[in-house]
Design a protein around this ligand. Structure first.
Ligand code: IPD
Ligand code: CA
Length: 261
């Protein structure tokens, strides 16, 4: 399965590297973009994954019309995570895939075509980067490097909810970054490059693959209440090393309660 997924992701990755004649459209608002490449990537992945596992349903960020039956396997795919990075040619985006059953990711991969990094995890079997096992870091909170996602949602509300967390990390950690791709940020936590990632409103295709990879790498992935994030709708996200997660969770819980979301 790993080899077949890598091959399919490499094929689609070639298309993303070409990146010519981009047609950009707005989705829900002026900050939410989709390009023709997102759609072409999704269609190529749909075809390739149907050849790998014909019985599985397919849900993609740009087409969620399929309805998996209870117990049926389904692919949950983000054909380009980091669409705005892609539009700006920042060369920091990825293809993210989870194979799920009843809302649980059983297997996941994240592929960055710009540097060939392929993250892969299977439930209970650990996580790898290009075939080598990976693990979250053992850094203390004060030595940690955090990252934050700006996410969906009304921008003033987003600032209100993220600012205290950004401030806490900026004051007490080594640093805080914003890479514009949730899935690669999650994989960087799994690989021990980053130590934590925080976002206040994020969709399942942006975190289910990365969350499995983090858990299989020894990290913790919950929403701001400390529960498993929703497998079907928008939720908050707090992931990291056990130390990072434990330190930030009370702040996240307080913010969630005081902002009432
Ligand atoms: C977005 C990116 C971004 C995160 C947003 C996601 P997209 O995904 O991962 O970093 O903050 O929540 O929606 O739209 O580029 O696939
Ligand atoms: Ca996307």
């Amino acid at each position: 399965m790993r080899r077949a997924l890598l091959k399919a992701n490499e094929e689609v990755g070639k298309l993303l590297l070409e990146r010519h004649s981009l047609q950009i459209k707005q989705k829900s608002d002026m900050f939410d973009l989709v390009t023709d490449m997102d759609l072409r990537s999704q269609e190529m992945l749909r075809d390739a994954y149907a050849r790998i596992l014909p019985e599985a349903a397919f849900l993609g960020e740009e087409d969620m019309s399929d309805t998996p039956a209870p117990g049926q396997l389904y692919w949950l795919v983000d054909p380009i995570d980091g669409t705005k990075n892609f539009v700006h040619d920042l060369q920091l985006s990825c293809i993210a895939t989870a194979l799920c059953q009843d809302g649980e990711a059983l297997l996941a991969c994240v592929y960055n075509p710009w540097n060939g990094e392929f993250y892969f995890a299977e439930k209970g079997k650990g996580a790898t980067l290009n075939g080598e096992p990976i693990h979250v870091s053992s850094r203390s909170f004060q030595d940690s490097m955090a990252a934050i996602g700006q996410g969906y949602g009304e921008r003033h509300e987003t600032v209100q909810r993220l600012k205290p967390l950004w401030e806490h990390c900026f004051v007490h950690c080594r640093g805080i970054r914003a890479f514009g791709t949730a899935e690669l940020s999650l994989c960087y936590v799994a690989a021990g490059r980053l130590d934590g990632y925080i976002e206040q409103a994020i969709m399942p295709w942006d975190y289910l693959p990365g969350n499995l990879i983090i858990r299989e790498a020894g990290g913790v992935a919950t929403n701001w209440k400390g529960e498993l994030p929703s497998p079907t709708g928008m939720d908050s996200l707090l992931v990291g090393t056990p130390d990072f997660h434990q330190t930030m969770l009370p702040l996240c819980k307080n913010l969630q309660a005081s902002c009432g979301f």
